[in-house]
Design a protein around this ligand. Structure first.
Ligand code: SAH
Length: 226
């Protein structure tokens, strides 16, 4: 999977993709994340990518020109499955949506800033708008990183244990069971004995029951959907 991220603040994203699982995924050539500075596509002598809103009001609006040039430049080089704009009022990101998108090959993700982007970008240049939740952040960089991370960790070979993404929360419509590691007892706080029993079937059954119970307590809506 190749993800091209368009942003006015590329440095915000550097460290996130250069550590841990996401870095390894790129080293193994399973994923490629390229961050592009929208200012490089500005024709303004001060490299501006925003302007005052028509009709007045507070806040700046990102201009269509640099966004259009950047998208055109990328599309001239390869075919993209989707151009995505991260937006608070977009389709809410959840695991089923991530799963569906994880088979895509080439994606462009546009990060907004300030008051957002000129509406004509959304009308004419964007295929899909995604929100990471009903709250407003100051820029689309964290949302773009959230989406990219969720997608990349699903790619075959990225997680060490091939099955481990499947046992995460939401993959089977349940939240994950509790996990423990050494020591067996930390003062009076002990690990549930079944996990130390070595009995695979009993452990699997216990985990399943814990998942069900937790889902009932924390995300009852998931059980209604099943
Ligand atoms: N005026 C806009 C908010 C702009 S926030 C409104 O009221 O809807 C600035 C940018 O941050 C947006 O363009 C978007 O790219 C990003 N952003 C903020 N919150 C987000 C969220 N919950 N999900 C996805 N992107 C978000």
């Amino acid at each position: 999977m190749r993800i091209d991220i368009l942003t006015a603040l590329p440095r915000l994203l550097d460290s996130y993709f250069n550590e841990s699982i996401l870095q390894r995924a790129q080293q193994k050539k399973l994923a490629e994340v390229l961050v592009h500075d929208l200012r490089d596509f500005s024709t303004d002598k001060h490299r501006r990518v925003d302007d005052y809103p028509f009709g007045g009001g507070a806040g700046m609006v990102m201009s269509i020109g640099p966004v259009h040039k950047a998208i055109t430049w990328l599309k001239d080089q390869r075919t993209y499955d989707e151009v995505i704009y991260m937006s608070p009022d977009g389709e809410l990101l959840d695991q089923p949506l991530v799963n569906r998108m994880s088979s895509l090959r080439n994606l462009i993700i546009l990060c907004g800033h300030y008051k957002g982007v000129d509406e004509r970008v959304r009308e004419h240049l964007i295929d899909r708008e995604i929100s990471i939740g009903n709250y407003v952040l100051s820029g689309g960089e964290l949302p773009a990183a959230v989406l990219s991370d969720a997608l990349i960790r699903l790619l075959p070979g990225v997680l060490g244990d091939e099955t481990s993404a499947l046992s995460d929360s939401f993959q089977d419509g349940l939240v994950a069971p509790p996990a423990y590691t050494r020591p067996e007892a930390y003062g009076e706080w002990a690990v549930p004995p079944v996990l130390l029993s070595g009995h695979a079937a009993r452990i699997a059954e216990w985990r399943h029951q814990q998942s069900l119970e937790r889902t009932r307590q924390r995300r009852p809506g998931l059980l209604d959907e099943k």
